[in-house]
Design a protein around this ligand. Structure first.
Ligand code: ACO
Ligand code: ZN
Length: 281
């Protein structure tokens, strides 16, 4: 999937240092012009300020008193915590996060208008602090029922289930809002794979347990997944028939079992009882 790289704008920043990781970047990100001449940037892993030289970062770390993202901790389970950061209250943090994220997001335009977004930053916590593993952003008010704008798992943490955790989290927030949601388009290849995986797992689990007929509308009410996304997922799984002008779910138990076996087991679940959150007003 990395062959994308050849087709995109020339990368400026080749590597970043963030916490205990040195990470190779994937794409161009429009850092301010004074950073044009450097190929490596040093990030404070807590406030996400970035610097040109290691010594600057070391000096910064002695006086930076953040040990976790700014904002409210809205979820904690074991060593995993989620922080909600309001882009309006923490503008610089929001902008820094966007610059960082763009290094791994190809097709997204960078929003400078961070005021309009909430950032959900997932951390692994230990005695040194809460270390960001990934995040998603969400518009405070979306006309198109988007419940997620951008999603990223930092490369050292990818393929461990954090992406699906973030996706699941975005739907839990939608459930609390009493709304259906869908991710902003376009999705990257990796984004599509992760969403397909999540939708497939959630829908198969319900269909497996459910006795009798069930409609797409009912599935949507239960999961906060938008009807179109349910339809396309079930079509992909060949669980939809078109009868008398209507899409009907045909959940043949044998077909379900075959798909369930093929679907990977997502390890990290969101424990809703540990989510303390009220919708943004
Ligand atoms: N190759 C093949 N399949 C992959 C890969 C890969 N490199 N990475 C993820 N997948 C698929 C797998 O099906 C995986 O499920 P499985 O492990 O059960 O088979 C599924 O995606 C999700 O895996 P997770 O471990 O839960 O996801 P991860 O933490 O790696 O995060 C994400 C996924 C966020 C898309 C990550 O790849 C990423 O940050 N990519 C760069 C940024 C990006 O493209 N974001 C999405 C843009 S679209 C948008 O923002 C709306
Ligand atoms: Zn700092």
């Amino acid at each position: 999937l990395r062959e994308h790289e050849e087709f995109t704008k020339v990368k400026n920043i080749a590597t970043i240092e963030l916490g205990r990781y040195e990470i190779e970047t994937w794409y161009f990100s429009p850092f301010p012009p004074e950073y044009n001449d450097c190929s490596k940037l040093f990030f404070c892993e807590f406030c996400l300020n970035f610097m040109k030289r290691k010594e600057q970062l070391q000096r910064h770390m002695r006086k930076c008193d953040l040990k976790h993202p700014p904002g409210d901790e809205i979820y904690r389970s074991g060593t995993l915590s989620m922080f909600e950061v309001d882009g309006k209250k923490n503008k610089v943090y929001g902008q820094n996060l966007c610059y960082l994220a763009k290094l791994f997001l190809d097709h997204k335009t960078l929003y400078y208008d961070v005021d309009l977004f909430l950032f959900y930053v997932l951390c692994e916590c230990d005695d040194r602090g809460c270390h960001m593993v990934g995040y998603f952003s969400k518009e405070k008010h979306s006309e198109e029922s988007y419940n997620l704008a951008c999603i990223l798992t930092l490369p050292p943490y990818q393929r461990k289930g954090y992406g699906k955790f973030l996706i699941a989290f975005s739907y839990e927030l939608s459930k609390k809002e009493g709304k259906v949601g869908t991710p902003e388009r376009p999705l990257s290849d990796l984004g599509m794979l992760s969403y397909r995986g999540y939708w497939t797992r959630v829908l198969l689990d319900i269909l497996k347990k459910h006795k009798g007929n069930i409609s797409i509308k009912e599935l949507s009410d239960m999961t906060a997944i938008k009807a179109e996304d349910i339809l396309s997922t079930l079509q992909g799984l060949e669980l939809i028939q078109y009868r008398k002008g209507q899409h009907v779910i045909c959940a043949d138990p044998k077909v379900l079992d075959r798909h369930l076996k093929a679907a990977g087991r997502g390890g990290l679940d969101v424990d809703v009882s540990k989510l303390i959150w009220t919708p943004y007003k």
